[in-house]
Ligand binder design. Structure first.
Ligand SMILES: [Zn+2]
Length: 202
Protein backbone atom coordinates (compact mmCIF):
# COMPACT_ATOMS: atom_id res chain seq x y z
CA UNK A 1 0.00 0.00 0.00
CA UNK A 2 1.41 3.32 -1.07
CA UNK A 3 1.40 6.02 1.59
CA UNK A 4 1.65 9.78 1.08
CA UNK A 5 4.82 11.04 -0.61
CA UNK A 6 7.65 11.69 1.86
CA UNK A 7 7.53 15.53 1.82
CA UNK A 8 3.81 15.42 2.55
CA UNK A 9 4.32 12.89 5.34
CA UNK A 10 6.89 15.20 6.84
CA UNK A 11 4.50 18.17 6.78
CA UNK A 12 1.75 16.07 8.38
CA UNK A 13 4.20 14.96 11.09
CA UNK A 14 5.09 18.60 11.84
CA UNK A 15 1.44 19.57 12.31
CA UNK A 16 0.85 16.49 14.42
CA UNK A 17 3.54 17.60 16.86
CA UNK A 18 1.40 20.59 17.82
CA UNK A 19 -0.86 20.34 20.89
CA UNK A 20 -4.41 19.19 20.21
CA UNK A 21 -3.73 18.12 16.63
CA UNK A 22 -4.43 14.48 15.81
CA UNK A 23 -3.49 12.63 12.61
CA UNK A 24 -6.72 13.44 10.73
CA UNK A 25 -6.52 17.14 11.52
CA UNK A 26 -2.82 17.18 10.64
CA UNK A 27 -3.65 15.65 7.26
CA UNK A 28 -6.39 18.22 6.63
CA UNK A 29 -4.03 21.08 7.51
CA UNK A 30 -1.27 19.69 5.30
CA UNK A 31 -3.62 19.41 2.31
CA UNK A 32 -4.86 22.94 2.98
CA UNK A 33 -1.25 24.15 2.77
CA UNK A 34 -0.82 22.31 -0.54
CA UNK A 35 -3.84 24.15 -1.93
CA UNK A 36 -2.35 27.53 -0.97
CA UNK A 37 -0.57 29.74 -3.49
CA UNK A 38 3.23 30.02 -3.14
CA UNK A 39 2.72 33.56 -1.78
CA UNK A 40 0.35 32.31 0.93
CA UNK A 41 2.75 29.55 1.92
CA UNK A 42 5.60 32.07 2.02
CA UNK A 43 3.60 34.32 4.32
CA UNK A 44 2.78 31.34 6.59
CA UNK A 45 6.42 30.28 6.83
CA UNK A 46 7.47 33.87 7.48
CA UNK A 47 4.87 34.29 10.27
CA UNK A 48 6.20 31.19 12.02
CA UNK A 49 9.84 32.13 11.81
CA UNK A 50 9.36 35.81 12.61
CA UNK A 51 7.22 35.01 15.67
CA UNK A 52 9.90 32.62 16.85
CA UNK A 53 12.64 35.19 16.26
CA UNK A 54 11.01 38.30 17.67
CA UNK A 55 8.77 37.15 20.50
CA UNK A 56 10.54 36.81 23.80
CA UNK A 57 9.71 37.02 27.52
CA UNK A 58 9.37 40.27 29.45
CA UNK A 59 12.33 40.53 31.81
CA UNK A 60 10.06 41.78 34.58
CA UNK A 61 6.84 39.79 34.36
CA UNK A 62 7.53 36.93 31.89
CA UNK A 63 4.66 38.01 29.63
CA UNK A 64 5.25 37.72 25.89
CA UNK A 65 7.21 40.71 24.61
CA UNK A 66 9.07 41.97 21.58
CA UNK A 67 11.49 44.05 23.67
CA UNK A 68 13.05 43.77 27.14
CA UNK A 69 9.73 44.78 28.68
CA UNK A 70 6.22 43.78 27.57
CA UNK A 71 3.71 46.47 26.54
CA UNK A 72 2.17 46.58 30.02
CA UNK A 73 5.45 46.87 31.95
CA UNK A 74 6.72 49.47 29.48
CA UNK A 75 3.62 51.63 30.01
CA UNK A 76 4.43 54.32 32.63
CA UNK A 77 0.74 54.86 33.38
CA UNK A 78 0.33 51.34 34.75
CA UNK A 79 0.44 50.93 38.53
CA UNK A 80 3.54 48.86 39.34
CA UNK A 81 2.42 48.64 42.97
CA UNK A 82 -0.42 46.30 42.01
CA UNK A 83 0.40 42.91 40.51
CA UNK A 84 -2.07 40.41 39.07
CA UNK A 85 -0.53 36.94 39.01
CA UNK A 86 -1.72 34.76 36.12
CA UNK A 87 -0.72 31.41 34.67
CA UNK A 88 -0.31 32.24 31.01
CA UNK A 89 0.00 35.20 28.60
CA UNK A 90 -3.48 34.24 27.29
CA UNK A 91 -4.85 35.26 30.69
CA UNK A 92 -3.17 38.67 30.40
CA UNK A 93 -5.06 39.21 27.15
CA UNK A 94 -8.34 38.18 28.82
CA UNK A 95 -7.88 40.65 31.69
CA UNK A 96 -6.71 43.39 29.33
CA UNK A 97 -9.95 43.01 27.38
CA UNK A 98 -11.89 44.07 30.46
CA UNK A 99 -10.17 47.46 30.26
CA UNK A 100 -10.52 47.74 34.05
CA UNK A 101 -7.16 46.61 35.33
CA UNK A 102 -4.58 49.37 35.60
CA UNK A 103 -1.90 47.45 37.48
CA UNK A 104 0.78 45.15 36.08
CA UNK A 105 0.96 41.38 35.69
CA UNK A 106 3.18 38.53 36.66
CA UNK A 107 2.96 35.52 34.37
CA UNK A 108 3.90 32.25 36.04
CA UNK A 109 4.24 30.47 32.68
CA UNK A 110 2.54 27.40 34.01
CA UNK A 111 0.83 25.93 36.98
CA UNK A 112 1.58 23.29 39.53
CA UNK A 113 0.93 19.88 38.06
CA UNK A 114 2.78 17.57 40.45
CA UNK A 115 1.66 14.42 38.66
CA UNK A 116 3.09 15.74 35.41
CA UNK A 117 6.33 16.62 37.12
CA UNK A 118 6.10 20.42 36.72
CA UNK A 119 7.45 21.66 40.01
CA UNK A 120 7.47 24.99 41.73
CA UNK A 121 10.89 25.88 40.39
CA UNK A 122 9.61 25.73 36.80
CA UNK A 123 7.34 28.69 37.54
CA UNK A 124 8.60 32.25 37.63
CA UNK A 125 7.85 32.68 41.33
CA UNK A 126 11.35 33.75 42.31
CA UNK A 127 11.10 36.77 40.00
CA UNK A 128 7.78 37.65 41.58
CA UNK A 129 9.28 37.53 45.07
CA UNK A 130 12.05 39.80 43.87
CA UNK A 131 9.58 42.30 42.40
CA UNK A 132 7.50 42.34 45.56
CA UNK A 133 10.46 43.08 47.81
CA UNK A 134 12.16 45.62 45.56
CA UNK A 135 9.30 47.46 43.79
CA UNK A 136 7.19 48.64 46.74
CA UNK A 137 4.29 46.43 45.75
CA UNK A 138 1.12 47.15 47.77
CA UNK A 139 -1.03 44.27 46.64
CA UNK A 140 -0.68 41.01 44.77
CA UNK A 141 -3.87 39.54 43.29
CA UNK A 142 -3.81 35.80 42.67
CA UNK A 143 -5.48 35.32 39.29
CA UNK A 144 -4.80 31.65 38.68
CA UNK A 145 -7.57 29.50 37.24
CA UNK A 146 -10.35 28.39 39.63
CA UNK A 147 -9.57 24.67 39.57
CA UNK A 148 -7.50 22.24 41.63
CA UNK A 149 -4.16 23.00 40.02
CA UNK A 150 -4.82 26.75 39.87
CA UNK A 151 -5.74 26.78 43.56
CA UNK A 152 -2.66 24.73 44.47
CA UNK A 153 -0.50 27.15 42.50
CA UNK A 154 -2.10 30.15 44.21
CA UNK A 155 -1.45 28.60 47.61
CA UNK A 156 2.25 28.17 46.89
CA UNK A 157 2.58 31.75 45.62
CA UNK A 158 0.74 33.04 48.66
CA UNK A 159 3.06 31.19 51.03
CA UNK A 160 6.10 32.63 49.30
CA UNK A 161 4.74 36.16 49.62
CA UNK A 162 3.69 35.85 53.24
CA UNK A 163 4.58 39.01 55.15
CA UNK A 164 5.89 40.72 52.02
CA UNK A 165 2.69 42.12 50.47
CA UNK A 166 -1.07 42.13 50.83
CA UNK A 167 -2.33 39.13 48.90
CA UNK A 168 -5.87 38.93 47.52
CA UNK A 169 -7.82 36.50 45.37
CA UNK A 170 -10.34 36.95 42.61
CA UNK A 171 -13.96 36.76 43.72
CA UNK A 172 -15.67 33.46 43.03
CA UNK A 173 -17.76 34.95 40.22
CA UNK A 174 -15.84 32.69 37.90
CA UNK A 175 -17.50 29.31 37.79
CA UNK A 176 -15.36 26.75 39.52
CA UNK A 177 -13.35 24.80 36.98
CA UNK A 178 -14.01 27.45 34.30
CA UNK A 179 -10.88 28.75 32.67
CA UNK A 180 -10.06 32.46 32.80
CA UNK A 181 -9.31 32.56 29.09
CA UNK A 182 -12.92 31.58 28.30
CA UNK A 183 -14.62 33.82 30.88
CA UNK A 184 -16.55 36.85 29.67
CA UNK A 185 -15.03 40.29 30.17
CA UNK A 186 -17.82 41.37 32.55
CA UNK A 187 -17.30 38.26 34.68
CA UNK A 188 -13.56 38.94 34.88
CA UNK A 189 -14.08 42.61 35.67
CA UNK A 190 -16.43 41.67 38.53
CA UNK A 191 -14.05 38.99 39.84
CA UNK A 192 -11.36 41.68 39.99
CA UNK A 193 -13.54 44.35 41.53
CA UNK A 194 -14.91 42.02 44.21
CA UNK A 195 -11.56 40.46 45.07
CA UNK A 196 -11.06 39.58 48.69
CA UNK A 197 -8.13 39.13 51.05
CA UNK A 198 -6.52 35.76 50.61
CA UNK A 199 -6.95 33.22 53.38
CA UNK A 200 -10.52 34.34 54.12
CA UNK A 201 -11.91 31.08 52.79
CA UNK A 202 -14.75 30.53 50.35
ZN1 LIG B 1 6.06 42.66 31.58
Amino acid sequence: MAGFPEPLQRLIAEFERLPGIGTKTAERLAFAVLRDTPAEVGSFVDAISSAKQSVTSCLRCSNVATADLCDVCADPTRDAGLILVVEHPRDVVSFEKTGRFKGTYHVLMGRLTPHEGAGVEALSIRNLEHRVTSDRVREVILGTNPDIEGDATALVVEKRLQGKAVVSRLARGLSSGGAIEFAGTEVLAEALRLRRPSGSGG
